[in-house]
Design a protein around this ligand. Structure first.
Ligand SMILES: Cc1cc2nc3c(=O)[nH]c(=O)nc-3n(C[C@H](O)[C@H](O)[C@H](O)COP(=O)(O)OP(=O)(O)OC[C@H]3O[C@@H](n4cnc5c(N)ncnc54)[C@H](O)[C@@H]3O)c2cc1C
Length: 506
């Protein structure tokens, strides 16, 4: 029997673990090398002074029937330890407070009362999202990178998707303009949700992608027991159950391509791992660095010309139970409608579940606050002006606490622990260059990045590839990569078998 193909996955983020576990389930010999001491990356949960804080991601979608986590879990035999969160979250605009109910009737009532300007929008959004979710559940080969992909993709398109296809070519802003939605609160409500899910606001966000992006509460937001990091922990267990292994504290420092087309992956521990196939749970910048001069010209060009993506500023708080609101566990606050979102003007706040005693010392809860921030000023100050850098950390801490006051009155006196997280912290703990997180803004369906790298048998997974950020998004991308790896190996085996059995000529 042929030797099982050796797969090395660089990074135990949600993308790397999902692809790795699926390939282990398929019979590949999988090793995951993870730089950190626990899995999850941006969707990890870390221990600090008795708390288990969600480092980045706090809300999880994609567990509904046909959702990416549900599909991967069913294949891998995972029973997800999750509970549905209802309401999904509460949005505080300066003059309106809107509850995003998952329950269809409550949400219809809420939006009619609080967002009447958007009444025509929801009908189109729900119809588009329904068709797009159904299409996504058929695991489309998008973006196509071969004729085979195009044919398989075409076979998965149904009439309901064709009916809403004009949205694929317009921005969410154009759709809102077309529907006459100009009211600033209504626009800010959509923009704030697009920023956290599409990494850009309605002016640039693609309307079809945006329709799914604002649909999350309807299909379900979930709380993984023990924190968001439990998704990664369950994936790591499934990987081991299917014969794979994870080696922690091993950062890959170089990817070497050998003459026989296999790979040698060098680590910071002085070890080297051989691989037939490499799955890089990295951004293109990090991958190019590991390849060095061996990076294909197209990848080198990509990392030279792509604009940097967002960073995140976070605050981790320990707050007594009785100082916290009870109506919801997740909140979004927009402070000023005239200012751009992000940079502390829009803040997402997540409180650990009251039913999850593992997350905080008795009587306390773990709270994560986050805002989008441009990375450049952080790094400039860090390099040239350490005092200015410290002042900036304090300023952002204050902005986030000001926003939190809307949800947790007197948060400054109530919080017994306040721990800031800057782009530098994200770079250190997730190894993402310059702390760039969240993947690329979703402006056009025609320019999204696929998983190919220009090096055969070297694939990207994670939030840099379609369909982009979120634990659900990277899981959908990983499902596609695992399927492509299986297909490419089967194709090669078939090709070799045909060559061997072909009568020799001459
Ligand atoms: C502040 C913030 C809030 C967010 N909120 C949400 C949310 O509420 N819901 C949601 O679904 N998503 C959210 N996201 C997005 C989500 O967290 C990410 O899109 C997703 O987790 C990214 O997964 P990934 O597979 O790309 O891997 P990453 O999370 O980037 O993980 C990569 C892993 O690879 C390891 N690694 C990197 N380089 C090496 C190397 N050279 N050698 C070995 N190991 C290496 C890292 O240590 C890390 O563990 C949020 C993100 C942030 C930053």
């Amino acid at each position: 029997m042929a030797r099982a193909k050796r797969v090395v996955v660089i990074g135990a983020g949600i993308g790397g673990l999902t692809a790795g576990a699926l390939l282990a389930w398929e019979g590949f010999a999988v090793t995951v090398l993870e730089a950190h001491v626990y899995p999850g990356g941006c969707a990890g949960t870390f221990y600090h002074k008795g708390y288990r804080f969600d480092a980045g991601a706090t809300i999880a979608g994609g567990f509904q029937e046909g959702g990416p986590h549900q599909i991967a879990g069913a294949l891998l035999g995972i029973e997800w330890q999750i509970e549905r969160v209802e309401p999904a979250w509460v949005v505080h605009l300066p003059e309106r407070t809107i509850t995003r109910w998952g329950d269809a009737d409550k949400w219809r009532e809420e939006r009619a009362a609080k967002l009447p300007e958007l009444r025509h929008f929801w009908r189109i959004q729900e119809q588009a999202a329904e068709a797009a979710w159904q299409f996504a559940a058929r695991l489309p080969e998008y973006p196509p990178s071969s004729l085979g992909d195009v044919l398989r993709l075409a076979a998965k398109i149904r009439l309901n998707l064709m009916l809403i296809s004009p949205l694929a070519l317009m921005s969410m802003g154009q759709l809102l303009d077309m529907l006459g939605v100009r009211e600033p609160n209504a626009r800010a409500f959509i923009d704030a949700q697009l920023l956290i899910s599409a990494q850009t606001t309605s002016r640039h966000a693609n309307a079809l992608y945006g329709a799914i992006a604002v649909d999350l509460p309807r299909v379900g937001v979930y709380h993984p027991r023990g924190g968001i990091g439990n998704i990664a922990r369950q994936l790591a267990e499934a990987l081991a159950a299917h014969g794979g292994r994870i080696i922690y504290r091993h950062a890959v420092t170089k990817i070497e391509r050998r003459a026989d087309q296999t790979f040698l992956l060098h680590t910071n521990k002085g070890n080297a791992f051989e691989a037939d196939i490499v799955i890089a749970n990295l951004t293109p910048w990090a991958l190019a660095e590991l390849l060095g001069e061996a990076a294909p010209p197209a990848l080198q060009r990509e990392v030279r010309t792509r604009p940097s993506t967002w960073g995140a500023f976070t605050l981790y708080l320990g707050v007594p139970n009785d100082a916290l609101p009870s109506e919801a566990e997740h909140f979004q606050v927009v402070q000023d409608l005239r200012r751009p979102l992000g940079e502390g003007n829009s803040v997402f706040i997540s409180i650990s579940s009251p039913h999850d005693a593992t997350r905080a010392p008795s009587g306390m809860r773990a709270v994560t606050l986050s805002t989008h921030t441009a990375i450049a000023p952080w790094w400039t100050l860090r390099k040239n002006d350490p005092d200015g850098y410290r002042r900036r950390v304090e300023e952002y801490r204050d902005r986030l606490l000001d926003a939190a006051e809307r949800v947790i009155p007197n948060v400054r006196s109530a919080a017994q622990l306040v721990l800031p997280g800057t782009p530098a912290a994200f770079q250190r703990f997730t190894r993402r260059p310059l702390g760039m997180v969240g993947g690329f803004p979703f402006a056009s369906l025609l320019t999204v990045r696929g998983p190919r790298t220009g090096v055969e048998n070297l694939w990207l997974v994670g939030d840099s590839i379609f369909p982009g950020q979120s634990t659900a998004g990277v899981t959908a991308g990983a499902l596609r990569v695992a399927a492509e790896v299986v297909r490419s190996v089967a194709r090669r085996r078939l090709f070799q078998a045909v060559q061997l059995s072909a009568p020799s000529v001459g």
